[in-house]
Design a protein around this ligand. Structure first.
Ligand code: ZN
Length: 328
């Protein structure tokens, strides 16, 4: 870290652009959250610049007071180009983020995969302080991971080292993943794909079991209205069928987590993402129960992230602190 007191962390999601201005010395923060402006490939970076200007203005500083800007975004990313490459969240081939922001603000700008940022955020500000072997799992719209192994941040050749959502957990490949391959973890257990898992399971069940369930009532018998929110809502109301699906999803999550434990051997796994944050009591216990059936390595602590929805912005800020100290 240099002499400058302020860092900016930005989180570009499919729906929201969030940002934080962090004063490293006083630990004071100022946050902004706006609907992401993805009308064109260029409006995303323009919006970030506008938000940074607003954050600076509110605190009576300008960009010369910034150590840097760290941007967390869902991949695939190209770290060297500082761009998103055919991103899953936006309908563009290529979204340049680092160059336009650097040009406008004249400060160092870093782009990292959102879950890579998250694990940095946990280590610096969250549930992973002082922990050398730390893992972050997001169970949200998709599934992603970030890893710190022996205090070393795993990045990979393009910055996509820990794409755990695309671990194969079903060799039969019953369900199709958004990436175009079959049998991937995310195709069964992510917020976007839980409905396809439930439909797949329902096809193998008797009509009476399905039609007498609360979840069937909640969607008015129209299977296309199914969402992960409705599944968890029905489970919260005690629907046995929904609870069964959630347990089956829990087993698949446990396989994914066991693969993580076997590959990275973390001491602590922190879990975020909307599906996990909103339904922790239905998600974590099954993972903890079934992981022992699949993991060889000693089971780590598994906790919900204390940073909640803010893990991305804190991750962006932590990326600046880390890369300003260890330039790539
Ligand atoms: Zn996939």
């Amino acid at each position: 870290m240099g002499e400058k007191e302020y860092v900016i962390g930005v989180d570009v999601g499919g729906t929201w652009t969030r940002a934080v201005l962090l004063n490293v010395k006083s630990n004071s923060v100022e946050k902004i959250k706006e609907k992401v402006d993805a009308r064109y490939d260029t409006t995303i970076s323009r919006q970030i610049i506008k938000i940074i200007h607003t954050l600076c203005q509110k605190n009576g500083i300008d960009s010369s007071h910034l150590e840097g800007v760290g941007i967390a975004s869902a991949g695939p990313i190209d770290v060297k180009e500082g761009a998103l490459i055919r991103p899953t969240n936006f309908p563009f081939e290529y979204v340049s983020l680092v160059q336009p922001i650097k040009k406008k603000l004249n400060v160092p700008v870093y782009l990292v995969n959102d879950c890579t940022a998250a694990v940095l955020g946990e280590k610096e500000f969250g549930g992973g302080k002082g922990i050398s072997n730390l893992f972050y799992v997001a169970i949200g719209t998709g599934i992603g991971g970030g890893a710190i192994v022996d205090d070393h941040l795993l990045m990979g050749k393009d910055g996509n080292a820990v794409e755990i959502g695309h671990f194969t957990i079903d060799y039969k490949g019953e369900l199709l993943c958004g990436c175009g391959r079959r049998g991937h973890w995310e195709a069964y257990c992510s917020g976007r794909n839980i409905p396809q898992f439930v439909k797949f399971r329902m096809r193998k069940m008797g009509k009476n079991t399905i039609e007498s369930s609360l979840i069937f009532g909640k969607i008015g018998g129209n299977i296309s209205r199914l969402s992960s929110e409705i599944l968890f809502e029905a489970a919260k109301n005690g629907d046995p069928l929904s609870l069964q699906f959630i347990e089956e999803i829990g087993v698949l999550n446990a396989i994914g987590f066991a693969n993580v434990v076997n590959a990275y051997d973390p001491s602590v796994i922190l879990v975020g993402g909307t599906v996990a944050l909103k339904n922790a009591e239905f998600v974590l216990p099954h993972i903890k129960k079934y992981i022992t059936d699949y993991a060889l390595n000693r089971i780590p602590e598994i906790n919900i992230t204390p940073l909640g929805d803010d893990v991305g912005i804190y991750g962006g800020a932590a990326a600046v602190l880390r890369f300003a100290n260890h330039p790539r």
